[in-house]
Design a protein around this ligand. Structure first.
Ligand SMILES: [Zn+2]
Length: 347
């Protein structure tokens, strides 16, 4: 909805209530430590961090309330979309050596991404793609040797470090799951992009959402976040006797994971970066992408009519937010949310 242009840094903010955080982050970006330990990973021609869509404003209802029918549908901005997505899962931070912290997160996210392709949920993005989506979970990287950070420059550097510039995939998507607590940050996750060895790279960042009330979808398939067992592995992990499907922290990551993936597919940063028109995909006149427009809303489920937002991926039930469909809004066939009918439940 608003573009900030700074040297090496162009950002477009999405979260209508997070500008203060954005500004804070810009300062962080400018203060970036040039003496990074990953010295050979920033070739001079690299644009450092590009920008980030502040996804999942954690008080999303305010953001949704700002939308009006006049800004209902998204438009294409002349860049590109991702019909082919090869995901590399990255787990970053010292806690990823701790089994209690890991809980069912690694197994669960592998399952979610591994079963995304051809799912009903993936179908919510099809109208924006020239050819059917082909999503592949190609590999997983874990780095618990350093402390994680939510600074986009640091996240980009971490992706570049663990993947290696020689291996950056032009169709790659690199979601980074960390052990960083959200604190006062006004978002749960974001997607962004930059370059590594001169190669374009789409990535995303996720806070640790264990026990985080501001980013909790209150999934029926997880124990309440204040339950002492809320972070214990559910039956995503083989051998569990839990009657719930996921730990609360995993269930929370799942919904924002769906949000960021759907947005990266429909609105990746367009490269080469030569002007301010970095975000060349689909978003509305306020800058909201498909995930933002339906954030924290959960539509009727064909899997379980009693539990809105339920989506089955590979037999695992998840509570995932809806995604915006121009076609559904135009036809009036999506579920009613904030006076509009463009959100699809994905089940
Ligand atoms: Zn978003």
């Amino acid at each position: 909805m608003k573009k900030f242009i700074l040297p090496f840094l162009i950002a477009q903010a999405l979260s209508f209530n997070a500008f203060a955080d954005n500004d804070k982050s810009y300062n962080d970006n400018n203060d970036r430590d040039e003496n990074s330990q990953v010295e050979d990973l920033h070739a001079p021609k690299d644009n450092l961090i590009v920008s980030h869509f502040w996804a999942n404003d954690f008080t999303p209802r305010k953001a949704s309330a700002a939308l009006t029918p006049a800004t209902a549908n998204m438009t294409f901005h002349g860049g590109n979309v991702m019909s082919a997505v090869n995901t590399t899962l990255i787990f970053w931070g010292k806690s990823w050596s701790n089994k209690t912290f890991i809980s069912d997160k690694v197994a669960g996210l592998n399952s979610l991404y591994g079963n995304f392709d051809s799912s009903t949920y993936a179908g919510t993005v099809s109208e924006y793609l020239p050819t059917p989506l082909i999503h592949k979970l190609v590999q997983q990287k874990t780095d618990f040797s350093t402390s994680a950070s939510n600074n986009p420059n640091n996240v980009l550097s971490e992706v570049c470090k663990v993947v290696g510039s020689a291996n950056i995939d032009p169709n790659g998507y690199y979601p980074v799951y960390t052990d960083v607590k959200r604190g006062s940050a006004g978002y749960c996750a974001y997607h962004s992009a930059g370059t590594c060895g001169g190669k374009p790279l789409q990535f995303a960042f996720f806070f640790n959402l264990d026990g985080d009330a501001g980013c909790d979808p209150q999934s029926s398939f997880a124990l309440p976040r204040n339950d002492v067992n809320a972070q214990k592995p559910g039956y995503v992990l083989a051998g569990s006797t839990s009657t719930k499907a996921e730990s609360q922290g995993l269930a929370a990551l799942a919904s924002v994971t769906a949000h960021e993936l759907a947005e990266t597919i429909t609105d990746p940063v367009a490269f080469p970066v030569t002007s301010s028109a970095f975000w060349g995909g689909w978003y509305d006149s306020l800058g909201a992408e498909n995930g933002d427009k339906c954030a924290w809303t959960f539509g009727p489920s064909t899997v379980d009519a009693t539990k809105p937002g339920t989506v089955s991926l590979g037999g695992i039930p998840w509570k995932l937010q809806g995604e915006w469909s121009n076609a559904a809004q135009t036809a009036g066939t999506g579920y009613l949310s904030n006076g509009l009918t463009g959100c699809l439940s994905g089940s």
